[in-house]
Design a binder for this molecule. Structure first.
Ligand SMILES: [Zn+2]
Length: 890
């Protein structure tokens, strides 16, 4: 711990040399002389640091100016483009010696990351020569503004500070990676909104327009993803780029710098309970070490902070969590947001933007100091982590996973590619292989846990990651008193379950012909019998076939599909199988061949239409598809992520365009321009749809398809709308509590014999079920309904919140997909016992016919974070089969 004393001494010396407030404002740390050859923020931006909320492009411009001034000590490298075309860059700063050796540093880190190829003595040589490394990631949430400005301060300070021991040590021992703006589209949305509404002076009022963001808010990227939750599904270009460069450098410490509510102070590690069980003891020690030194700097400066509350480390899909599973030390810093240039806190004190920027700067320098003093230990821990992951993988009861070829092969392919993107080694069988005491055919994917990223593979693939039992006992105690659960995110994220991809967990290692599989390996569809005399069939039931349907409809290719399975030439095709006839579309074979390659769908050429079982193609049970015009409700009161993620899945995973329309337009405009309207998550639709949904109802009855998703179900199930027949349930109570008679001043006496009796007497007469943080549950489709075409017999649904609905009663509606019984309900994660019992057999999806139209209600969101790919076919059914089953006047 000697470095701590040295650090403390250095800091106190720095703070004793008092400077004037104005000088302090731009000198960042008092008593330090800065090199005039390095451009200041004021000289490039026209305003000193913290006096302007810098737009994304200007932040990048400043780093490029720094690079011009000190090309031997800073490099700026692009790594991605946002949806809206903004450039994402990362920056590396170090001594000229370390910057000149970047390529060999990358090679060293990759070598250290693989103890199978790098012996302990080779590792020792690397540990002796390689610098440490810290990755400072800023502004993943676009309206968390201070960190991007702090990143410029940090870079300037590192490059310009003269004769400072702390900076000298950092540069000599550490490579500093800076990702200044992780979410440029979101940041600029906030910055534009702020400068659109600000005036002569910045307002500190919590209700000033400049900090009250219009929907959808700056937090999210273009498709309204929370990029801090995208690290598992890697769906957005910003995340894709970031995860790729991480594996080029394997930074030892990864800090994600955020903001929280204005009334708070500052948060850094150690994190709150619960910890993911795959985070090792030495990682927890390192998190403490970092927090301890941050605290010393904050104490010196007189800044408040807190640790060990709110922000936990259980869910692996955060920016600060994911690196932990590669052996880095990932951690979150949270600064109270000024959400503008000045904010008045509720205790009456003011906080300036400059203050918030300086706090992030201070924790950044403190963390860099910790690394510079612990370089060797951190490098050694990293190598040891990767080695112990391999060892664990060799010994565990599960040693590998096998993903056999399956009906929705496109989703299995996506899972394999995703694992490869994560840096998990994946192999593919080129011939039959043996594992799990079984034989698998060529095409099966395998993942061995005996690899350096084995813990990441395990946390992604395992069906269950257990929460600490003591922690959950405490949560149950809190819940009994109606206190909020201390879980920050979902308790389940198993990708094989969420993708509904059959995956075997094996106690052995696969043996046989295996080849390495990488994320860029093409997985085109298949196309047989191109000269088929009659036409082509595409078996329904995969995301790829849904993409083929989208593409065919967009290109005007005639397509129909049956509501039931059929047998042709001895082969059984599932309900929903796409039927293309040569006679209906010119050049059909060539078109479908191209689309099979593009979409990954399998297409089978057939010479005749002779069906031996199920409907023939001329049957009334075969529907004709027309390209539906699809709209999604946009703007308040929809949830930004709910609306954005749903639109993303339809547009980018299914390949079909969606028109967002403002909820205010649902009151007045002519909906007849659309065939399908999706109401995404959003509870208070009645606050905007002032006619209680009368126009929506009329539109649906004329032949529209209305799809209500997640909390939007509350609106359509509100009796005032007259839309759905189902109702939202209160929490079940064993003994219906008696309401006191209103006109009596006293009530009959009771005897409470147990503490449970008191709890029952304390609880409200009517209340919603307790809110679930998020678990995966089993649901079963009614395979006789057209909405179930191509579905598996069992689906996995992510259930969050407290909404449970009554089943629809015949003839009002059909419970097409129902949750399983209480004992087999939860497939992954934690659900409160009472909710389990009450949710059992209740509806997940209900279809109610409304006049000539269809109302489809999803009681839970099937597109959360775009990682529930196992429900993509169901969503495609709702849109395309729903439209084919509506009957508007034509
Ligand atoms: Zn944040």
């Amino acid at each position: 711990m000697t470095f701590m004393r040295t650090a403390a001494a250095a800091v106190s010396a720095v703070f004793l040399a008092l400077a004037s407030p104005a000088a302090l404002a731009q000198n960042f740390l008092p008593g330090i002389a800065y090199d005039p050859a390095i451009p200041t923020i004021a000289s490039v931006m026209g305003k000193p640091s913290g006096e302007r909320i810098t737009p994304a492009a200007d932040v990048v411009r400043y780093f490029r100016e720094l690079e011009k001034a000190a090309p031997d000590r800073i490099k700026v490298m692009p790594y991605a483009k946002s949806w809206q075309g903004r450039e994402l860059v990362y920056v590396v700063i170090g001594s000229s010696k370390n910057i000149a050796a970047l390529d060999s540093f990358s090679a060293d880190m990759k070598a250290l990351a693989d103890p199978r190829k790098t012996s302990q003595s080779a590792a020792n040589a690397i540990i002796a020569r390689a610098p440490g490394s810290v990755w400072l990631a800023h502004g993943v949430h676009g309206d968390e503004i201070s960190s991007a400005d702090a990143s410029m301060m940090t870079a300037y300070h590192l490059l310009a500070a003269k004769d400072d021991t702390v900076v000298g040590n950092i540069l000599a021992n550490t490579l500093v990676f800076i990702d200044p703006v992780q979410n440029p589209d979101g940041r600029d949305r906030f910055v534009n909104g702020f400068y659109d509404t600000t005036g002569l002076v910045a307002s500190g009022s919590p209700i000033a327009a400049e900090r009250n963001q219009p929907w959808p808010g700056g937090r999210f990227n273009h498709y309204l993803f929370d990029l801090n939750r995208d690290w598992l599904s890697i769906s957005q270009p910003e995340t894709t780029g970031r995860i790729a460069i991480f594996q080029k450098w394997f930074p030892l410490v990864f800090v994600d710098l955020h903001e929280m509510g204005s009334d708070s102070s500052y948060f850094f590690s150690p994190e709150a309970d619960p910890y993911n069980p795959d985070i090792t003891q030495s990682q927890r020690e390192a998190l403490k070490l970092i927090g301890r030194n941050n605290a010393r700097w904050f104490d010196r400066a007189g800044y408040s902070y807190f640790t060990r509350e709110v922000y936990d480390a259980f869910y692996p899909g955060y920016g600060a969590a994911w690196p932990l599973f590669h052996g880095s030390i990932g951690t979150t810093y949270e600064q109270a947001s000024a959400r503008g240039l000045l904010v008045r806190k509720s205790d009456g004190t003011d906080m300036s933007y400059q203050d918030s920027v300086r706090h992030h700067f201070t924790s950044s320098i403190a963390t860099l100091e910790t690394m510079s003093a612990n370089r060797e230990r951190m490098l050694r821990d990293f190598y040891a982590y990767r080695a112990s992951a391999i060892e664990e993988g060799r010994k565990g009861s599960v040693r590998s996973y096998v993903i056999p070829p399956q009906q929705d092969q496109s989703t299995a392919d996506r899972l394999a590619k995703l694992l490869a993107q994560h840096g998990v080694e994946v192999s593919r069988a080129t011939d039959t292989i043996r594992a799990c005491r079984k034989t698998y055919p060529a095409g099966a994917y395998t993942v061995s846990l005996a690899q350096p990223a084995g813990r990441l593979a395990r946390t992604i693939m395992e069906p269950q990651v257990n929460l600490d039992a003591k922690f959950m006992t405490e949560q149950e105690r809190r819940r009994a008193k109606d206190l909020e659960a201390e879980l920050y995110d979902v308790t389940a994220w198993s990708l094989p379950l969420m993708f509904n991809v059959t995956t075997d967990r094996c106690a052995d290692e696969p043996a046989g012909a295996l080849a390495a599989f990488t994320a860029d390996t093409p997985t085109p569809g298949t196309f047989t019998n191109p000269d088929a005399a009659y036409g082509f069939l595409a078996p329904w039931g995969s995301t790829a076939t849904a993409r083929l349907l989208s593409a065919a409809l967009r290109e005007g290719i005639a397509v129909s599909s049956p509501d039931f399975a059929f047998t042709h030439d001895g082969r059984v095709y599932p309900a929903g199988t796409l039927i293309f006839r040569n006679s209906a579309t010119p050049d059909l074979s060539a078109k479908l061949q191209r689309l099979a390659t593009e979409t990954g769908a399998n297409v089978v050429g057939v010479d005749d239409s002779w069906i031996t079982e199920g409907p023939s193609f001329g049957s009334e049970k075969v529907v004709t598809h027309r390209a539906p015009r699809v709209a999604i409700a946009w703007d308040r009161p929809t949830s930004s992520t709910g609306a954005g993620n749903l639109r993303y899945v339809v547009e980018r995973q299914l390949g079909y365009p969606v028109t967002p329309i403002r909820t205010s337009s649902l009151n007045s405009d002519d909906l007849s321009q659309f065939d399908v309207l999706i109401l995404p998550e959003g509870g208070a639709y009645s606050s905007v749809l002032t006619d209680d949904g009368a126009r929506l109802k009329a539109w649906t009855e004329r032949g529209g398809v209305l799809i209500a998703v997640g909390s939007a179900a509350r609106f359509v199930a509100d009796p005032k709308t007259g839309l759905a027949s189902i109702r939202r349930e209160n929490a079940f109570k064993k003994d219906e509590p008696k309401k006191p008679e209103e006109d009596k001043t006293t009530v009959p006496g009771t005897v409470l014999t147990t503490a449970d009796g008191l709890r029952a007497a304390e609880s409200p007469l009517e209340e919603a079920p307790d809110s679930d943080p998020g678990a995966l549950v089993k649901a079963t489709p009614d395979m006789d309904h057209w909405l179930s075409a191509g579905l598996k017999q069992s689906l996995n649904v992510l259930v969050t919140g407290s909404d449970i609905y009554t089943p629809a009663r015949r003839p009002d509606g059909v419970n097409v997909i129902s949750f399983a019984g209480a004992n087999e309900l939860v497939t992954s994660g934690y659900m409160w016992e009472e909710n389990k019992r009450q949710l059992a057999y209740k509806p997940f999806v209900v279809v109610e016919q409304e006049g000539r139209g269809q109302l489809i209600v999803f009681t839970q969101n099937p597109t959360t974070r775009a990682y529930l790919d196992g429900l993509n076919v169901l969503l495609a059914n709702a849109i395309f089969r729903g439209a084919a089953h509506a009957n508007p006047p034509r």
